[in-house]
Design a protein around this ligand. Structure first.
Ligand code: FES
Length: 340
């Protein structure tokens, strides 16, 4: 007969068969644990092991475990990270700004401030349009305004939402803001180096993380690899100039398109310029899934903590459901973005 183990989480307790996968067992028992890749890469399912033992899913020298990889082999006590509650707020579009030919800055005014962690994302539903996931960002210039969220939206010519920006969606348009969601948020009190990697509008959440990290510890070493497809899509220079004023910050701007404008902006892929990682690093990455998955893999190899926010193109509802099932997300925990 299989041994039964008691698993206690701050979200509730349940019984699991010895040998069960912790994540599956929690979900089967109605405990909603965040998860995404189910392969020990993205870090979404990490929990702190306070008591007991698991088989697999551990990291040497750390009490953090991956619920998607860990098998229950004894009674357990675990702690999840606390994140703000998800809310749904009526809001209005306050302002649209062209940041680059294919990137629009959007300001949304809320009836009250939304409590979120830097790096988390929201679902926006403009009235009359389908919902989409976008990350609130720290302002590129100036200070945050109370009750205002800023987003960077990539414009797709046939996008169901982004193509309507400035046309059917203008200042004053009603929008519902749901959130926050996501686990690639800033973790304070990290003594080592912070490495951030962003491609395209993946800059929005990573800039929030950078601002939080530098506010917490202005002298901490921070490396920020920022990539855009084209030079003219490199809309984040004002923000990077602000960040460059801090003594231990290294910024590595990269564009995919070959150019001879300045040697300061490298040519290639963000992965070409990722520094050698070590167990003391904390890595955050946001953008194309191929990039975030590879960074997560390299971070794991190096023993570094890593949190990723992969942008997955939005597709037809049936396909979206399939993606959700393939990746284990119940409510779009994998961030689905506009494409068409
Ligand atoms: S690491 Fe467990 S779900 Fe991604």
């Amino acid at each position: 007969m299989r041994r039964i183990c008691k698993v206690r989480l701050d979200k509730g307790a349940f019984h699991a068969n010895c040998g069960d996968l912790l994540l599956d067992s929690a979900l089967l028992n109605g405990i909603e644990l965040p998860h995404d890749c189910r392969s020990g890469i993205c870090g979404a399912c990490r929990l702190r092991l306070v008591e007991g033992k698991v088989f697999g899913g551990t990291q040497e020298g750390s009490d953090m475990i991956y619920a998607c990889q860990a098998r229950v082999v004894s009674d357990l006590r675990l702690v999840t990270e606390s994140v703000p509650d998800t809310v749904s707020l009526p809001a209005r579009m306050a302002e649209l700004t062209k940041l680059a030919p294919d990137v629009i800055g959007v300001k949304i005014e809320l009836p009250r401030p939304l409590n979120y962690l830097p790096g988390q994302y929201c679902k926006l539903q403009f009235r009359g349009f389908p919902e989409r996931c976008y990350s609130p960002s720290y302002p590129l210039e100036g200070a945050p305004e109370r009750g205002v969220l800023q987003f960077h939206l990539r414009r797709f010519p046939n996008g169901a939402v982004s193509a309507a920006l400035g046309e059917d969606i203008r200042a004053g348009h009603r929008v519902r803001v749901m959130g926050p969601f996501g686990s690639a948020h800033f973790r304070p009190n990290h003594a080592g180096r912070i490495v951030l990697v962003a491609s395209g509008t993946g800059f929005a959440p990573m800039w929030s993380v950078a601002a939080a990290a530098i506010t917490e510890e202005p002298r901490r070493e921070l490396i920020f690899v920022v990539a855009a497809r084209k030079l003219r899509s490199f809309y984040m220079h004002a923000a990077l100039c602000r960040l460059a004023l801090f003594p231990n910050v290294t910024i590595i701007p990269v564009v995919a398109e070959p150019h001879h404008v300045t040697a300061a902006i490298r040519v290639g892929r963000p992965l070409d310029y990722l520094p050698m990682l070590s167990p003391d690093d904390m890595v955050y990455a946001s953008g194309a899934p191929t990039m975030t998955n590879e960074i997560a893999r390299l971070a794991k190899e190096a023993g570094a903590a890593c949190y990723t926010d992969p942008f997955v193109p939005n597709v037809m509802p049936t396909e979206a459901g399939l993606i959700g099932r393939l990746f284990g997300g119940r409510d779009g925990s994998r961030k689905l973005l506009e494409v068409a």
